[in-house]
Design a protein around this ligand. Sequence first.
Ligand SMILES: C[S@@+](CC[C@H](N)C(=O)[O-])C[C@H]1O[C@@H](n2cnc3c(N)ncnc32)[C@H](O)[C@@H]1O
Length: 274
Amino acid sequence: MNYRHAYHAGNFADVMKHTLLLSLLAALGRKDGGFAVLDTHAGCGLYDLSGEEAEKTGEWRDGVGRVLDSDAEVLAPYLATIRRLGAPACYPGSPALIADALRPQDRLMACELHPDDVRPLRRLFRGNAQVAVHHRDAYEAMRALLPPKPQKRGLVLMDAPFEQTDEFSRLASAIVETRERFPTGVIAVWYPIKHRAPVRAFFDTLRDQGQRALLACELNLRPPLDPARLNGSGLLVARPPYRFDEEAASILRALTPLLAPENGEASVEWIAEE
Ligand SMILES: C[S@@+](CC[C@H](N)C(=O)[O-])C[C@H]1O[C@@H](n2cnc3c(N)ncnc32)[C@H](O)[C@@H]1O
């Protein structure tokens, strides 16, 4: 496990993933009944943007650094939330954003396997009865913790580090299995776009397995031609909330000129209809 999110926190991929995540959480919060979120690859929760790791890559400057002063209405909830949680000194990761969106009837299960990341994650949520931190493998946790109880609806966020060459196929299997276990759940899966072939194969695998209602939201910084670079990032949402496709398109329309002013391109596409 070499991947450490502290080097990448607040980069363009985080901004894209987290703006869309907040929109999914807002949709879940529109109904009174409680919801549960399983964050399968949680990271450490809060990142110091002046820390050694963030400084070393400076990735956040081309990510959240470019959107902080935006006055786009559609980005306002995200900007207000990250400022409240510490930006620009710190950047809140997915479990901090999710915990912030919980109402008393909701809960979060956050899994993290790296011992150096699970320690600060536990510290962050010490005393918070709505958040359970699990030091365990994401794929094993999905089997053990789903479907959630007593909440019957919710979200599974899969945000793997893509260190393993078979991560796309592990995620495809996890999506299929998770939908069987938790058919009412929304699933959001982050994926890297280096070049198109692995992403196409991922979608084909899911379609071949009969998966329906899959929405792919993508933001490319440049045409995805060089497989050695992270050229873009995607969030695949299974069973998205009503009109999430429109909301995602307007979020990505606002982000693209800020994050990728030269060759940027965004898309929101149903890769399998309902
Ligand atoms: C991309 S980062 C997560 C970032 C976080 N979701 C966010 O948005 O702030 C991926 C995390 O998964 C952890 N990880 C790697 N393999 C894992 C596994 N098999 N199970 C659980 N966590 C894992 C890594 O240590 C890393 O912290």
